[in-house]
Design a protein around this ligand. Structure first.
Ligand code: TYM
Length: 338
C-alpha cells in the first residue's frame, strides 16, 4: 500500500514527544524536554502529546486528571510551543495511539518489557501491578511510530524506552516488511538529567513528595529561592569545579541550561564562589527563566475556550496521518481494513 501524505505533514522530518499529565511539571521536564521542543519546532513537523493514557497506568484521581491534562497543555504553550506550527495533542483523543499499541503488543516479546528499569522500579512500589504498567513502553512506541517520527526529544531517563521502540520497529519490519521509520533519541546538551535538590543522587521526579525536591514550573519566585537556598551541596565552603560533588554540579548545570552560558563562562564566574552566592545566582536565573512562562500560563488559562480549541484543531490535523499508519500496519498484518 502506498503511503499517502496528508497535506498537513510537509516533507520536513518529524518529531514526536510527550509528557504525562501527572503531578506538577518541574524544571527537569522543562530542561530535559520542553525547552528542546521549543527550539526544534521550526525545523521539524512536531506533534507534542499530553499522554493521558500513560498516566492511567497508575491510579489517578479522575477529576484531578482532567484538570492536569489542560494545565499540562497550557504549560506547553506557555513555554513557547507555537500551536500554529506544532500540534499539541491529548493522546486519548486520537484513538489510533491505543489501536497501534494493541497491534504492537502482539509482536513484542514480554521479556523485553519485564526488563525495563522503569517497570521494575515502578512495579516494586505497587501492591498490585496493572497490565498497563507492563505495556507502558509499547504505548510509547506506538506514539512515536504512529507519526513515523524521525527524532524524539526527551531527557536521559527515556533512553531505554527509545531503544525498545527501535527494537519493536525493527522486529515489526522484519516480520511484515519495511513499515516503520527508526526514531533517533535527541537529548539536550545540558539538563538531560536534572537531579533532586534535596538528594542530588536521585533524578528530579514528579512523584517525589518532599517539598524541597523539585522546582515546579509554576512555583512562585519566593518558593524557588527558598528551595534553591536549601539545596543539598557538600562540605566544601566554595565552588571548586575539580572536586565539586553532585549537588553543586546539579546547580551549575541548572544555571547553564537556563542561561545558555558556555563552560568557560561558568568556570570564570563560579570557580571559588561561596555556596551562598552560587545559590543566589542560580535562583535568580531560574526565576528569570520561569517568569515569562508563568505569565503566559495565567493568560492562557484565563482565556475561555482557547486551549480547548487548540487541542481540538491539533487532533483533527493529525488524525488522517495516524489513521493512514494504522491502516498500513493492519494491511501488512493481514487484518481486515474497510
Ligand atoms: P515524563 O512525563 O516522565 O517526563 C516528560 C519528559 O521530561 C523528561 N524528564 C527529565 N529530564 C531531565 N531531568 C529530569 N529529572 C527529568 N524528569 C523527566 C523526560 O525524559 C521526558 O522527556 N514516558 C514518557 C512520556 C511519553 C513519551 C512518549 C515521551 C509517552 N509517550 C513518546 C517521548 C515520546 C514520560 O513518562 O515522560
Amino acid at each position: 500500500m502506498k503511503e499517502s501524505r496528508p497535506s498537513y505533514f510537509s516533507m520536513k522530518p518529524r518529531v514526536l514527544s510527550g509528557i504525562q499529565p501527572t503531578g506538577s511539571l518541574h524544571i527537569g521536564n522543562y530542561l530535559g524536554a520542553l525547552k528542546n521542543w521549543v527550539r526544534m519546532q521550526y525545523d521539524y513537523e512536531c506533534v507534542f502529546c499530553i499522554v493521558d493514557l500513560h498516566a492511567i497506568t497508575l491510579y489517578q484521581d479522575p477529576k484531578e486528571l482532567k484538570q492536569k491534562i489542560e494545565q499540562t497543555a497550557a504549560i506547553f504553550l506557555a513555554a513557547g510551543i507555537d500551536p500554529k506550527v506544532s500540534s499539541v495533542v491529548v493522546q486519548s483523543t486520537v484513538k489510533e495511539h491505543a489501536e497501534l499499541c494493541w497491534l504492537l503488543t502482539c509482536t513484542t516479546p514480554i521479556g523485553w518489557l519485564e526488563r525495563m528499569t522503569q517497570f521494575k522500579d515502578k512495579s516494586s512500589k505497587q501492591e498490585s501491578i496493572s497490565d498497563g504498567l507492563l505495556q507502558y513502553p509499547v504505548l510509547m512506541a506506538a506514539d512515536i511510530l504512529l507519526y513515523k517520527a524521525n527524532a524524539v526529544p526527551v531527557g536521559e531517563d527515556q533512553m531505554q524506552h527509545l531503544e525498545l521502540t527501535r527494537d519493536i520497529a525493527q522486529r515489526f519490519n522484519a516480520m511484515y516488511g519495511e513499515t516503520f521509520v527508526m526514531p533517533e533519541t535527541k537529548l539536550p546538551t545540558v539538563g538531560a538529567r536534572v537531579m533532586g535538590l534535596d538528594d542530588p543522587t536521585k533524578k528530579m521526579s514528579k512523584s517525589e513528595t518532599n517539598p524541597g525536591h523539585a522546582i515546579s514550573l509554576l512555583d512562585e519566585p519566593s518558593v524557588i529561592r527558598k528551595k534553591i537556598m536549601r539545596a543539598t551541596t557538600d562540605s566544601n565552603p566554595q565552588v571548586d569545579l575539580e572536586t565539586a560533588g553532585p549537588g553543586v554540579l546539579n546547580l551549575l548545570s541548572i544555571h547553564q541550561a537556563f542561561t545558555g552560558w558556555t563552560d568557560e563562562q561558568v568556570k570564570q564566574h563560579f570557580q571559588g564562589l561561596r555556596y551562598g552566592d552560587l545559590k543566589k545566582t542560580v535562583a535568580e536565573a531560574v526565576v528569570a527563566g520561569l517568569e515569562p512562562i508563568q505569565q503566559r500560563y495565567l493568560q492562557i488559562m484565563a482565556e475561555p475556550g482557547y486551549l480547548q480549541g487548540v487541542l481540538r484543531e491539533a487532533a483533527e490535523r493529525v488524525r488522517p496521518f495516524a489513521a493512514e499508519t494504522v491502516r498500513l500496519v493492519k494491511d501488512r498484518m493481514g487484518i481486515y481494513t474497510d
